[in-house]
Write a protein that binds this ligand. Structure first.
Ligand code: ADP
Ligand code: MG
Length: 612
């Protein structure tokens, strides 16, 4: 960049805009910004070199033409002294102003709108048509040079784009400086008559981009205002009458137009570019202009800066590498200002103008050689994202992102509060359940302890029992018992009645034990009667009753009168008893039958384990 435009300056400000502020706040992730930044890649582009052959003019005084176009890209130079030489360029132009614009200006405009910096510089001998080609007659449509045509189409295209895209705002600004006698001057700043215009300084910003400090920048809305400024700047150029050109330009003039395409929507990338149009001072030999004094000094400086520019061209040409480029570019103000256009971030066009006549042969050859060198320069142009706007958009995106985060956090806080309440209730419930569980656990523990205690008790008892069994062989262990009830009321008097009764035994599989006994009721003597019971034998004593069996007798309700037999050996399942017992009753005058009907004889049979 040659100049850095100060957007915050007090200059008046116009923009082409279609407002859609709401679009600014649509969310666009931050990484998109950085991704788009990383997408900016350099594009190699060779400097496009065109030669324009000026037509014969009055000034040529019927001098012989020596430069002849061969076709659209080549020409030949037939100097009397040397053999004809042909040159090849990107374009050889002999046509009118419109054709020059279409060949150079329009492609530049297209690249500028893509976001590339573009630069056109006109090089050539004084009077060969540099200023005519670049500016021409701004007021005459036919004679307008590249710059006014460019400006016109720039705004036409801006309007078309803005109409097409409601999110788009295009801003255009203009500045114009000249380098005269190695001094940089603002061509658009107000000038006081008789006073030397202020010399400006060339600075570098933090990105090492060169700019002219305090150069005025004019924001422009339309082509008319831009033309006005172009005219004003051109009029302010240092001119002096020389033999070569009545209003010969003695300075290098640089017109710079900055275009920014800003999109209200964050999804579209903002673009900015700088268009530099450079009208160099004449490249002729000093002797030819017959200049002396001030003019001689001017010529020296001009030649020096053009020489340096030539060296810079050489240093940037692919053939020679760029080892000494740094020194060359800093050698003169001009090369410093044009540093971006050669080998830097710019797509560059060179228009070399030549006079066709033999009188100018030396300068023409020099110009053609100079231009041939420039063909080899390759720049690394890249699409310029608007840095200023990127920062702003970063902030907008960051804000949108943070707002979204905040909203999400707020929702989370509400959600979490509600969840906290629910969880706290659940926690209370769980604590209650835990308490119940804990007491259940205590009960279970207690039960288990009780169970253990019981088991221990049981074991103690079993041990005691075993001990007792082992220690007392006369006391057998009862393993079954069954009870028979006999109602004695139906027994006839003084008759021995045999009874065979089943002894009920629980859970016993096999033939049930049977007890055989007799019963006799005696006649009462002095109100006293006797019931005589004789137990005889037992059948089907279970096998496990290895300790034999015993029988006990008593009348219901008179437990104290119970009598036991001895344990009788099993006798292969039929132990024989010899138990005979008389039970005496006082009938007390009652009828014997009535009396006996109330009495029930209880007979208990018990089987024993093991020991007899
Ligand atoms: P330079 O800027 O190179 O010193 P100018 O652009 O001032 O030269 O041109 C010198 C003169 O020649 C001017 O009068 C200009 O009108 C005329 N001239 C230059 N080129 C052409 C051209 N292609 N057609 C017609 N006239 C031209
Ligand atoms: Mg000129």
């Amino acid at each position: 960049m040659l100049l850095t435009h100060r957007w915050s300056s007090l200059c008046f400000y116009f923009c082409l805009s279609s407002d859609n502020p709401s679009a600014f706040f649509s969310f666009f992730p931050l990484f998109e910004v950085f991704r788009s930044l990383s997408e900016m890649t350099d594009e190699k582009s060779r400097v496009q070199v065109s030669i324009r052959i000026r037509p014969l003019l009055k000034i040529d005084k019927n001098d012989k033409p020596i430069v002849h176009p061969l076709d659209e890209t080549s020409l030949s130079l037939s100097d009397d002294k040397k053999a004809p030489k042909s040159y090849q360029f990107d374009h050889v132009l002999c046509g009118d102003q419109q054709s020059v614009y279409e060949t150079i200006g329009r492609p530049m405009l297209e690249e500028a709108y893509k976001g590339f910096n573009v630069c056109l510089f006109a090089y050539g001998q004084t009077g060969s048509g540099k200023t005519y080609s670049l500016l021409g007659d701004i007021s005459d449509e036919e004679k307008q040079g590249v710059a006014p045509r460019f400006v016109q189409e720039l705004f036409d295209e801006a309007q078309r784009r803005v109409d097409e895209d409601t999110d788009l705002t295009i801003k255009v600004s203009l500045s114009m400086i000249e380098v005269y006698m190695e001094k940089v001057r603002d061509l658009l700043a107000p000038r006081q008559r008789g006073q030397e215009p202020e010399a400006l300084e060339i600075h570098e910003d933090s990105n090492r981009r060169v700019y002219v400090k305090d150069a005025s920048v004019h924001q422009v809305l339309g082509s008319e205002r831009t033309m006005q400024l172009l005219r004003k700047g051109n009029a302010n150029r240092q001119t002096a009458e020389t033999k070569m050109n009545e209003t010969s330009s003695r300075s290098h003039a640089i017109v710079q137009i900055a275009v920014t395409q800003e999109f209200a929507t964050l999804e579209k990338k903002d673009l900015e570019c700088t268009i530099s149009l450079v009208d160099l001072a004449g490249s002729e030999r000093q002797t030819k202009t017959e200049s002396s004094g001030q003019h001689f000094e001017e010529a020296k400086k001009i030649n020096h800066s053009l020489l340096m520019l030539g060296r810079a061209l050489n240093s940037f040409s692919e053939r020679k590498g760029n080892a000494d480029s740094f020194i060359s570019l800093r050698e003169s103000k001009l090369t410093r200002l044009l540093s971006e256009s050669f080998g830097g971030n710019s797509k560059t066009w060179m228009l070399a103008t030549v006079s066709p006549t033999a009188y100018n042969a030396y300068e023409t050859i020099s110009t053609l050689d100079y231009a041939s060198n420039a063909k080899a320069i390759t720049n690394k142009a890249r699409i310029n994202k608007s840095v200023r706007d990127l920062e702003y958009k970063d902030l907008v995106r960051l804000r949108a992102h943070l707002e979204t985060c905040l909203a999400r956090e707020n929702t989370l806080v509400v959600d979490n509060t509600q969840r906290c309440e629910v969880l706290s209730k659940e926690l209370d419930q769980l604590l209650g359940e835990l308490e119940v569980c804990r007491s259940d656990f205590t009960i279970e523990n207690e039960l288990e302890n009780a169970l253990v205690e019981r088991e221990m008790l049981l074991m103690e008892l079993r041990t005691a029992l075993e001990n007792s069994v082992v220690g007392n062989e006369d006391e057998p262990l009862i393993c079954f018992s069954g009870m028979i009830k006999v109602a004695v009321g139906s027994v006839p008097m003084d008759t021995i009645v045999p009874i065979t009764a089943v002894v009920p035994v629980f859970d016993f599989v096999g033939p049930p034990p049977l007890l055989r006994c007799t019963i006799r009721v005696t006649e009462p003597v002095a109100d006293c009667l006797a019931v005589v019971v004789e137990v005889l034998e037992l059948f089907h004593l279970p096998d496990f009753c290895s300790g034999g069996a015993r029988v006990s007798l008593w009348f219901e309700g008179q437990e104290s009168s119970r009598v036991y037999s001895h344990f009788v050996a099993p006798n292969a399942g039929n132990p024989q008893f010899s138990l005979s017992q008389s039970f005496l009753f006082d009938s007390a005058g009652e009828k014997v039958r009535n009396f006996l009907s109330k009495e029930t004889l209880m007979v208990c049979v018990e089987g024993a384990l093991g020991i007899v």
